[in-house]
Design a protein around this ligand. Structure first.
Ligand SMILES: Nc1ncnc2c1ncn2[C@@H]1O[C@H](COP(=O)(O)OP(=O)(O)OP(=O)(O)O)[C@@H](O)[C@H]1O
Ligand SMILES: [Mg+2]
Length: 289
């Protein structure tokens, strides 16, 4: 049986758009017909909230799956068809994940625990998208050991956007030297505004750094658009946001273009096709009720 392809959305820095990108990419994969599992590995549980799930209401999360004793099987903690997206599952997280780095470090082979826990699930999915915490601790390393590819968002409005990037690439190199098989799929420029000085400075530094580290930078940029914040306030990933204003349309077009650029062989439905599909299934649900 074939195994899922696992993408880790990782960056050393906080607030770079990892969660925003993970939620939208996961949703797009599911609407492209791939059985998709998203894994939230951040104690802030932002990806979990982004799918309208309050971790306080859950019996088990990834923290219980990685527990030192009486661990819950991963499949028992998985939520199915989140936000009504067919084929989109979520392994949620909660604030207790704060202790996971220390816990995993103290356990023998702790860093392989996530891999072992997810292994039985991989045959049931086509894609896995992991939202990593904003550091290169045990949990991120655990995720990199499961992952086939890394997508790393770089926030172009941040004057320190590139700080930590070489640390992440060095970690990846070290892991690969020890038998891991993970490669950088792409750096993705996020919150781009060409009029900003920080954009222009980051752009020059990024091109230099990417050349030196032999990393690909996606051609598609995610433009700075207010819709990204609206999506967060509505607890919905951007690609599923229902507004039809220009900011939403442009931001959704960007993520759609990005997915098509990174995985050109996949037929990702357009944001308006996704909207039509969601309207149709909501109408069917209403009729059934
Ligand atoms: N293209 C964009 N345009 C405007 N705002 C954006 C864009 N991408 C992300 N953002 C905003 O950046 C903020 C941080 O995004 P997000 O929470 O996804 O980052 P993160 O890397 O997951 O953060 P953390 O490290 O805390 O987990 C959010 O408010 C989000 O709306
Ligand atoms: Mg996040």
């Amino acid at each position: 049986m074939s195994q899922a392809v696992v993408t880790a959305i990782a960056a050393q820095k906080g607030g770079t758009g990892k969660t925003a990108l993970a939620g939208s990419l996961g949703s797009q994969w599911a609407y492209a017909g791939s059985r998709t599992l998203m894994v939230d590995l951040d104690q802030q549980a932002n990806l979990t909230f982004a799918f309208g799930v309050d971790p306080a209401t859950l019996e088990a999360t990834v923290v219980d799956v990685l527990a030192p004793r009486n661990a819950v099987p991963a499949e028992d903690a998985v939520l199915h068809d989140v936000l009504g997206v067919p084929g989109l599952d979520l392994l949620p997280c909660d604030e207790r994940a704060e202790a996971l780095d220390t816990q995993l470090r103290s356990e023998t082979m702790g860093v392989f625990k996530l891999n072992d826990a997810l292994e039985p699930l991989l045959a049931h999915y086509d894609r896995v998208v992991m939202d990593c915490p904003p550091n290169v601790g045990e949990l991120t390393v655990s995720a990199l050991l499961v992952a086939d590819e890394i997508v790393c968002p770089v926030k172009m409005s941040d004057s320190n956007a590139l700080r930590g990037l070489s640390r992440l690439t060095q970690t990846v190199e070290k892991l690969n030297r020890r038998g891991a098989e993970v490669r950088f799929k792409s750096l993705v420029r996020v919150e781009c505004d060409h009029a900003q000085l920080s954009y222009r400075l980051n752009q020059q530094a990024l091109q230099r750094l990417a050349r030196r580290l032999k990393l690909r930078v996606a051609r598609t940029e995610l433009r700075a658009r207010a819709a990204w914040r609206t999506a967060i306030t509505q607890d919905v990933p951007l690609i599923l946001l229902n507004e039809r204003d220009r900011s939403t349309r442009e931001a959704q077009a960007d993520v759609h273009d990005l997915a098509r650029e990174l995985w050109p062989r996949v037929k990702f439905p357009s944001p308006s096709e996704i909207r039509t599909q969601r309207r149709a299934s909501a109408a069917t649900d209403r009729k059934a009720a």
